[in-house]
Design a protein around this ligand. Structure first.
Ligand SMILES: CCCCCC/C=C\CC(=O)SCCNC(=O)CCNC(=O)[C@H](O)C(C)(C)COP(=O)(O)OP(=O)(O)OC[C@H]1O[C@@H](n2cnc3c(N)ncnc32)[C@H](O)[C@@H]1OP(=O)(O)O
Length: 303
């Protein structure tokens, strides 16, 4: 009975795939460095590199949308499709999510996708963001974030949707939801994800202040589970993965579903309204001006 409802829930979360693969090259397969059999072949797309290890049942999924892994529509789409491919392949039980770009895990929303764009594009973009969150938050796989770079806003949300987070100990690699500093507001499902991770009071403070936490503080507040030297992020993520995979899948998956269902259901019930809210908010002249100003500041602060 519990299993059946878990499966039904997962099915409901599998919403429509998009036919929007502008400029993507999905499904490419190539031998991983070092060669080997099927278990060592990597696949993926232009912006998501997947290194599967069939023997351990773990795949490493690397975001590679240089320079900062901003969440473009293409990257969001390719992430969802790569994750779905692994979910549908019973060989795999866990995914380590990390960055292929130096110094940045993910810079969050690609601001060029919502600056100077028409409402239809903003709506399409936001639906893709919702989809990625639903897929990661409800994934039946164990997801471990190996955070090897800066992790603001949308990047933080991807990390928080994983089951476990390992952050590299570098003061430049800050993590948090800094939306208010851009003059925008985290929607309720980002807020809920934050609250579920670090509690209400800490979220209230951090969200209003737009706090980006350096590693030691991120660990203290509970945003990440481990902080380790940069060269140990991958190996620590693998050890964490082993700990999570030691639990029988069905028990872990149903427990995860029990813990996360209400939060995900809240978005599933209000998905259209959330999209309309996002579009009408970001398309306001005043918000467009602050986003443009923020983007300009980013472009000018080089060096
Ligand atoms: C109802 C409203 C709902 C709102 C929903 C809110 C949900 C999520 C919100 C977001 O995710 S908004 C995005 C927030 N992200 C940030 O504030 C991060 C901004 N970026 C940085 O702080 C830094 O770039 C970095 C990630 C720390 C990396 O620093 P680094 O020095 O390595 O690189 P830069 O020189 O700063 O940047 C290189 C290049 O990338 C461009 N860029 C950076 N971030 C973004 C971005 N988020 N979107 C688009 N483009 C970005 C930056 O402008 C530079 O471009 P060029 O000058 O090379 O053209």
């Amino acid at each position: 009975m519990a299993l059946a409802s878990g499966v039904r829930f997962a099915e409901r979360a599998l919403l429509r795939p998009w036919a929007l693969l502008r400029g993507t090259t999905l499904g490419r397969t190539e031998p991983a460095a070092g060669g080997g059999g099927d278990g060592a072949r990597r696949f993926g797309s232009q912006r998501v590199l997947v290194e599967p290890d069939a023997a351990s049942g773990v795949a490493v999924m690397k975001l590679r949308n240089p320079p900062v892994n901003a969440l473009s529509l293409e990257l969001l789409t390719e992430l969802v499709i790569s994750l779905e491919k692994l979910e549908n392949d019973k060989t795999f039980r866990g995914v380590i999510l990390t960055s292929d770009c130096p110094r940045v895990f993910c810079a969050g929303l690609d601001l060029t996708e919502i600056c100077g764009r028409n409402p239809a594009h903003c709506a399409e973009y936001w639906k893709a963001m919702q989809e990625l969150w639903l897929r990661t938050y409800l994934s039946s796989l164990v997801l471990v974030a190996a955070i090897n770079g800066a992790c603001p806003a949308g990047g933080c949300i991807i990390a928080l949707s994983c089951d476990c987070r390992v952050l590299a100990d570098n003061p430049k690699y800050r993590i948090g939801l800094n939306e208010t500093l851009l003059g925008i507001i985290a929607p309720f499902w980002l807020k809920d994800t934050y609250v579920n991770t670090i509690g209400h009071r800490a979220s209230e403070q951090a969200l209003q202040l737009g706090s980006l936490f350096p590693p030691a503080e991120a660990l203290q507040v509970g945003l990440v589970d481990q902080v380790v030297p940069e060269d140990q992020v991958q190996s620590t993520a693998l050890s964490e993965m082993a700990r999570w995979l030691a639990v029988p899948d069905h028990a872990r998956q149903l427990t995860k579903n029990m813990m996360r269902k209400a939060t995900a259901d809240r978005l599933l019930r209000q998905r259209d309204a959330d999209t309309q809210n996002f579009v009408s908010f970001v398309c306001r002249d005043s918000i467009q001006k602050s986003l443009q100003a923020y983007l300009e500041k980013l472009r000018q602060r080089k060096g």
